[in-house]
Write a protein that binds this ligand. Structure first.
Ligand SMILES: [Zn+2]
Length: 428
């Protein structure tokens, strides 16, 4: 059913026409567009992750244009501070689940569409649900969830359209698995910044953190500035890209768009695929990655370095020969050999990551593009000078916006002590 016929005479009176005619009436102006095919919107299935400011705006855009099957996922409730940006919610919706309120209000905007809701975390949504959609929209505000979404999009080869906001600024990136860079290939925004939520934790998210015994610290309560106007622009671009994908139109070569609302300028660029990407590179997915370890390491040491080099979110498990290893386990007790494989499970990556053991005294972590690379130092000190020296190192590092992580001090044969430490550059 293609609706590309001449509809100019249809703009008059629809009072007693069939549903089809009513629908044509509803979309009369957009179907005048030459490339338009309303039936493609009718059959399209879209998954929108997160009902924050971006998610709400994209959902409304697509719903009004007649994208018939929209799946929305969020497990939080509506808060008063959402109302200045999250255009699907009204005061009466405060404390309601976002997906429930969003569904009800979207169906009022356009009664002819189907909204399916998932009032749960993304990680709990069944894989088949993602498998059956045409496109995934990222309207999330935490890096962990975003990382999961990117990972499942790559796994299932679903296009993903990411949007991010920071006050006057915003960015959009589209990901076509196998063709363009994924969100982890070239992280342009320092991850620390991405981890700050734009939306304050609602009741459900707070409850969950408390259940897990996590204190709701300043960091997670710290919000990034967010503005409705910037949101409208970014959500508009996300919707436009989704629409073009549905209509089968060419997407721009530049897969990344940065918008600066103060100078009203757009910067577009093409992000290249990273052949060592943790998530999407074939090298990583099929072959695994080398990781240098030392006989003296404990599992905790290795986990620390995995956190630094791969930016993994704790907690995660490390598995070797079918066994999950405890933090205190010493490598020398495992009788590992060079090129033995070990696996890492992290809840935000959809498949286990495979690493190969490379025994080395050089513990410079495996090379990968990330925004903080630790540098290891060693100094020999006499007893009695250790604490003072450590304090000095920390102070100096702080001036350079670096963090210091000390390893266990070792006693040397000559009676001195060896202090090993990493300096990690913090990027703001
Ligand atoms: Zn990638």
């Amino acid at each position: 059913m293609r609706w590309r016929f001449d509809v100019k005479n249809k703009e008059e009176d629809y009072s007693d026409e069939s549903t089809l005619d009513k629908e044509i009436g509803r979309y009369a102006r957009q179907i005048l567009i030459e490339e338009w095919d309303q039936s493609k919107l009718t059959t399209a299935k879209i998954f929108i992750a997160g009902m924050g400011a971006l998610g709400c705006s994209v959902a409304l855009n697509l719903a009004l244009m007649g994208v018939k099957n929209i799946i929305i996922c969020d497990y939080d409730t509506v808060e008063i501070s959402n109302l200045s940006r999250q255009i699907l919610f009204f005061e009466k919706d405060i404390d309601r689940y976002k997906v429930e309120a969003a569904k009800e209000n979207l169906e009022r905007w356009n009664p002819e569409i189907n909204i399916t809701t998932y009032n749960m975390k993304l990680q709990k949504v069944r894989k088949e649900i993602y498998e059956n959609v045409d496109i995934i929209i990222d309207g999330l505000d935490t890096f962990g969830a975003r990382r999961f979404l990117n990972s499942i999009a790559i796994d299932l080869k679903k296009p993903l359209i990411h949007g991010g906001l920071f006050g006057w600024m915003g960015n959009v990136q589209y990901v076509i698995p196998g063709e363009t860079a994924c969100l982890e290939c070239q992280p342009l925004i320092p991850r620390k910044r991405l981890q700050k939520p734009c939306t304050p934790l609602g009741k459900m998210r707070k409850k969950e953190r408390e259940k897990k015994g996590e204190t709701i610290d300043k960091e997670s309560e710290e919000k990034i500035p967010s503005l409705l106007t910037t949101n409208s622009i970014i959500a508009g671009i996300q919707s436009q890209l989704a629409l073009k994908w549905i209509l089968g139109l060419q997407l721009p070569d530049e897969n990344y768009i940065f918008y600066d609302g103060l100078s009203e300028s757009f910067t577009r660029m093409k992000l290249n695929k990273n052949e060592s990407c943790i998530v999407c590179s074939e090298k990583y997915r099929s072959n695994g990655v080398n990781f240098s370890i030392s006989e003296q390491d404990t599992i905790r040491d290795i986990k620390d370095r995995l956190v630094l080099t791969w930016d993994l979110d704790e907690p995660f498990n490390l598995m070797y020969k079918g066994k999950i290893l405890e933090d205190e386990t010493k490598i020398e007790s495992l009788k590992m050999e060079n090129r033995d494989a070990f696996f890492v499970w992290n809840k935000n990556v959809t498949h286990p990551m495979k690493f190969y053991v490379i025994f080395s005294d050089e513990l410079e972590p495996t090379k990968i593009v990330i925004d903080k690379i630790p540098k290891r130092f060693e100094i020999e000190l006499e007893w009695g000078t250790i604490t003072k020296t450590k304090q000095k190192i920390i102070k100096e590092a702080e001036k350079l916006n670096q963090k210091v992580k000390f390893y266990k001090t070792e006693k040397l044969k000559n009676g001195n002590y060896l202090v090993r430490y990493d300096k990690i550059q913090e990027i703001e």
